[in-house]
Design a protein. Sequence first.
Length: 437
Amino acid sequence: MSLNQIPLSDSQQRLQLRKAVVASTIGTTIEWYDFFLYSIVTGLVFPKLFFPQSNPLTGTLQAFSVYLVGFIARPIGAALFGHFGDRVGRKTTLIVTLGLMGAATFLVGFVPTYAHAGVWGAIILTALRLIQGIGVGGEWGGSVLLAMEWTRGRPNRGLVTSWPQMGVPLGLVLANLAVLLSSRISGDAFFEWGWRLPFFLSISLIAIGLYIRLGVLETPTFAALAADRKLSPQPVLEVLRKHSREILLSALARTGQQAVFYVFSAFIFSYGTTVLGASRDFLLIALLTASMLSCITNPLFGFVSDRFGRKRTYLLGILLTAMFGFVYFAALDTRAPAVMFVVIAISFVPHDMMYGPQAALIAESFDARLRYSGASLGYHIASLFSGGPAPLIATALLARYHTGFSVAAYLAACGVVSAIATRCLVDRTHDRLDESG
């Protein structure tokens, strides 16, 4: 595809916007399916299969340590693919990240367990998790920009960019559904071979995603920058030099959102099965319900942020999420199935008040020529101190204090960090962004 695109009519631009939104949403859904599938199986399976000589708590900590590797790799992927996204183009970079992520996930299904390969199984698992993290590190920024940069000044950036964000709950729906179905198919053999089936499925999803993305044009913003020779030769270095404040604030603003999400979506499996005595399928169905509800609330709050402002919506989400953490663990500790199900099912609603507007809030903070690099770094650096360590910290707090209240207090503290950082960000909700670079 040539970057010197033929000028499009208004109707053609609207068509391309719809295609870009669909391609971004489906692509991120598949990427997050791959990433979350690993998260779910970590809590359910990996401690027993890859760390069988450890006691249950130590095995869980070891499994979540491998899980953490994917988060450490995400800023690496953000820097690597951010460079190419701002140099080569949004579309081309996204095709590469999707293929990389899919290959790594597919291969997880072949990893030998401790019983067959000793520690080498965990080593191979760690290497593939590293590749997964690099792939998803390059995916998010490009998907958001592929949609956002077709809005062409329309006052609905929050709604448009919330659709790629919806790839998270959709990916979680698919991942939970795949594990649930494979659990039903394999029954007692789930720990022997059934857990591998969802990883094998990923290869067909990747083929669908690649087909759809190949049919989308490069964004007019990047095409114009390339035609005018305004591309940065070293976008990552330049954005670090010029926008380090925005990158840091974006990362800190995510703290209260990302830690909460991975406690509610990953830690819940180890907490629910080992502490509360809930069944695997019960937790999967409850989280599946939460993910489907999130598919409604994500774009809803993206839309709300276009009307009432990104920061105002985001700050309200921080407050409600911090408060909800205490309600969440108090409800779980009742061990009443109906109460547990409801609180898990609605757990993403206050979180989505942050996540829906988040893509626009972060991407609007950077110039067009550095936007892929800046937005990706701001988004994924948070993984180092927020999302990645969250299940580990939650497990350690539970081991020390033996109560979910300690985990809720940790999540509230993360919310305080997010609130301070968000207050320092510039709200550009109603600004017409300069797309000339």
